[in-house]
Design a protein around this ligand. Structure first.
Ligand SMILES: *Cc1c(COP(=O)(O)O)cnc(C)c1O
Length: 364
């Protein structure tokens, strides 16, 4: 039997089948209107002066490799979370850490279960690792269907991803729901709780993920400095996991991946958390204002616990996104599912509210 040999180097077939990550684009200019990008869940506040100062200081040392052990960063996280340093695995954004998790846990053909629609990076990370994605539809109220996710676990399942609050729908799983779920998950299946937006959560029945982690050795908590901490441009996040798993994640990290400036800025941000928290509370209040105004307009949106709101517009998704774009407001449309809009500058929210009101007036 002859095997066809390609006449040029070919990337793995999975790359052809894989979805592309579509970054939020900057808005096209519209004369007379300030443009706002509310498509990437970024923090609208500029870096804290104290954090910028630390970044400037460390810029003088970028001829050296960073500390590969992320010692100062892990110590700062230990201080904040009260877990031991051997449970912390930093990486190049929590997407980077998620890639390490799937590579560490999955052989070719192993399965990763996640809800859908959820974070767009999930199918990419899973496919790249050569694993199989098992996407379980959200419930009608845009929440994780944990019963269906439990039922989707097979003897090939190695990892389950739980995104709470869920990107892009903003909904949470409750502490009781995830604890129930964990009683049904086999002990060898790793459950990743992706908490990229945890700082924006105000619901008292949201998961206490670190307590859950203490009770379940098969749980990993993912956190990021990209959203509440406002360091999206520096690429730093981390996992909290039981020591054996955390060690595996440190082994699958890109060597020296978390750069000098990212480590220093993350440490400085943890030190300045009280100041950042004021901004987080402002964004949470702004989310409340936007949700209330949309409810008054007659919209029935899922309650958001993150720094964005979700319009489940179905077939109208592209048209709504285009209406926003015409007003120099870039939101994130998802096929024929819905539109995600970040809570950013109040002026951007005001414009979103005007567009949403006009939309309802025109369509009833
Ligand atoms: C934004 C986001 C992240 C964080 O990504 P980084 O790589 O840390 O910037 C992780 N998970 C979800 C669900 C997100 O929305």
């Amino acid at each position: 039997m002859t095997v066809a040999v390609p006449d040029s180097p070919r990337p793995r077939g999975v790359l052809e089948r894989m979805p592309r990550y579509r970054p939020g684009l900057p808005p096209a200019p519209v004369p007379g209107l300030a443009a706002y990008k509310i498509s990437s869940n970024e923090n609208p506040y500029p870096p804290l002066p104290s954090v910028l100062e630390v970044v400037r200081e460390h810029a003088a040392g970028i001829n050296r490799y960073p500390d590969m052990g992320n010692t100062a960063l892990r110590d700062a996280i230990v201080e904040r979370l009260r877990v031991s340093a051997d449970m912390i695995a930093p990486g190049t954004g929590s997407v980077g850490v998620l890639g390490q998790i799937v590579v560490a846990m999955c052989d070719a053909g192993d399965e990763v279960v996640y809800a859908w629609r959820s974070f767009e990076a999930y199918p990419i990370v899973v496919a790249l690792a050569g694993a199989e994605a098992v996407a379980v539809p959200l419930t009608a109220d845009h929440r994780h269907d944990l019963a269906a996710m439990a039922a989707a676990i097979t003897d090939r399942t190695r990892v389950v991803l739980v995104c709470t609050p869920n990107n892009p729908t903003g909904t949470i799983v409750t502490d009781a729901e995830i604890r129930d779920f964990l009683t049904t998950v086999p002990a060898h299946v790793l459950v990743v709780i992706d908490e990229a937006y945890v700082e924006f959560v105000t619901e008292p029945d949201a998961p206490d993920s670190l307590a859950i982690l203490r009770d379940h050795p098969n749980v990993v908590v993912l956190r990021t400095f990209s959203k509440a901490y406002g360091l999206a441009g520096l690429r730093v996040g981390y996992a909290v996991a039981h020591p054996e798993i955390a060690e595996a994640l440190r082994m699958t990290a890109t060597p020296f991946g978390v750069n000098v400036l990212a480590q220093a800025a993350a440490v400085a941000s943890l030190a300045a958390y009280d100041e950042l928290d004021v901004r987080v509370k402002e964004l949470v209040a702004e989310r409340g204002r936007v949700e209330e105004a949309l409810a008054d307009q007659g919209w029935d949106l899922p309650p958001s616990q993150a720094n964005f709101v979700w319009f489940p517009l179905g077939e109208d998704t592209p048209a709504f996104a285009a209406a926003c774009e015409e007003q120099a407001l870039t939101v994130r449309p998802y096929a024929v599912d819905g539109v995600r809009a970040t809570i950013g500058e109040p002026e951007a929210s005001d414009r979103l509210l005007q567009i949403a009101a006009a939309w309802r007036a025109a369509r009833g």
